[in-house]
Design a protein. Structure first.
Length: 454
């Protein structure tokens, strides 16, 4: 109700085209949120007890047709008398106004009682209603309407009420347009016969479509037009399902190989998509190759860092620890001598660097010397920088030596230093005889080490 009132108010204010959907929505919102239903604010329905209803029913006597209480009965009679007098006066006024001032039976003036209050000339011009002189609207002698045949003036003649006669219903079986004996139409027999045949065919076709609209053997509809519409609807439905499925797939699945290439017939449906996929794979392989090269480079740097860390740990170790084992000439655990024969143990390579002498320090950072100026490694038993190896088999670092053609004749000091260094090297390289094994008390054959050496 609130919606219709709001719409009509909007239309009356600005015109019939001013109401809109927004106005209807605002009216609907006001009706649902702000308007209060009357039954929600009204009080609860009064519950009348059965005793009260019985007392009220007993107050009236249905057999005598009066109230049992005399006072109430007198009040009801007075009220009914007032209502009756009011309606009788109204009927009398209507009779006087319609019929006239005199009683047609007694010929008495019906306004004699009110003539004193109003002059008779005021009642002369009272409106009167023409009373019809006949119950029919035509002259009963000439059977002509009163509009044309009447004793009064044309403008005072009564107008006939137009009456529509009741439609006459004739049974269809009584109305025949053909001869019942020859069964031929009375007019245009051939045309009507062709019409009947066409109508019979159409009616039979309609009955056939209604009863057998679908052929279960051929799985087709009988009506060709309906079959075409159903196929179009199925194709549209299948296309919609396929498009919705493609739209719901993630973006990574839309460029699949099967979208442009048939794996069974090996036919390419979309060459552009296939070329795009091939180029993407080539670019991906290129990125993988770049990644492998980068990983190999990182791995090489890690190996170099490990070698450098290992070499730095070795460089922190003094060369005297290696020289101590080398000067001894044998292994203190197995008591085997160092050498290259079958029963001798190979001397472990030196990983530490010996202390450089004065000339090595002088020519250490000189890059202008030729390769021939570098002297061979030191004597056996003394492993210098050229003998140092990394943990992963790094090449030996050569040591620069002073060339004979560049140094000139050696001085006395240099000869003494070279002689001392050679003596120290020869002393280191000389293999010492292991000390005799200590005698073990209670063993006539000697110690284990002495028996093993013998």
């Amino acid at each position: 109700m609130a919606t219709s009132v709001a719409s009509s108010g909007a239309a009356g204010a600005g015109g019939p085209n001013q109401s809109s959907w927004a106005a209807d929505m605002r009216a609907y919102e006001r009706e649902k949120r702000y308007n209060v239903e009357p039954h929600q604010v009204s009080g609860a329905m009064r519950n009348l007890p059965k005793g009260l209803i019985a007392r009220r029913e007993y107050a009236y006597d249905p057999l005598l047709g009066r109230f049992r209480d005399p006072a109430r009965e007198a009040e009801q009679r007075r009220f009914e008398a007032e209502v009756t007098h009011g309606y009788m006066n109204m009927a009398k006024d209507l009779q006087v106004a319609n019929q006239g001032e005199y009683n047609p039976i007694t010929h008495e003036h019906m306004l004699a009682g009110v003539a004193e209050s109003k002059p008779p000339n005021e009642w002369a011009g009272a409106a009167k209603v023409a009373f019809p002189t006949s119950a029919v609207d035509f002259n009963i002698v000439s059977n002509i309407l009163h509009e044309d045949h009447h004793w009064g003036q044309p403008k005072h003649r009564p107008y006939a009420k137009e009456r529509v006669p009741k439609r006459r219903m004739v049974p269809a079986q009584l109305h025949k347009d053909f001869n019942v004996l020859t069964n031929r139409y009375l007019q245009d027999h051939e045309v009507k016969q062709m019409r009947d045949q066409e109508l019979a065919r159409l009616e039979a076709a309609e009955k056939h479509r209604t009863a057998n609209f679908f052929n279960p053997l051929t799985a087709k509809f009988v009506d060709s037009q309906m079959e075409e519409r159903i196929r179009a609807a199925e194709d549209a439905h299948d296309t919609e399902i396929r498009l919705r499925g493609e739209n719901s797939e993630p973006l990574t699945h839309r460029g699949n190989v099967t979208k442009g290439y048939d794996l069974i017939t090996h036919r390419v449906h979309d060459p552009d998509l296939i070329s795009h996929i091939v180029s993407a794979e080539h670019a991906r392989k290129t990125r993988y190759a770049t990644r492998h090269l980068a990983e190999q480079e990182v791995r090489q740097r890690d190996v170099e860092a490990e070698d450098a860390l290992r070499q730095s740990k070795i460089d922190k170790t003094s060369h005297e620890r290696y020289m101590e084992t080398t000067r001894r000439g044998f292994d203190i655990l197995t008591n085997q001598q160092f050498g290259s024969s079958r029963n001798q143990k190979a001397r472990p390579p030196a990983l530490t660097k010996p202390h450089a002498d004065v000339w090595e320090k002088v020519f250490e950072h000189r890059d202008d010397l030729p390769l021939s100026a570098r002297l061979p490694p030191r004597a056996p038993g003394h492993s210098g920088p050229s003998g140092s190896m990394s943990a992963r088999g790094a090449p030996e670092v050569p040591t620069l030596r002073l060339p004979a053609q560049l140094s000139g004749p050696p001085s006395e000091r240099s000869r003494r230093s070279e002689t001392g260094s050679f003596r120290s090297r020869s002393s280191v390289s000389t293999a010492r005889t292991p000390p005799p094994a200590p005698a073990v008390p209670g063993s006539p054959g000697g110690s284990v080490y002495s028996r093993r050496v013998a």
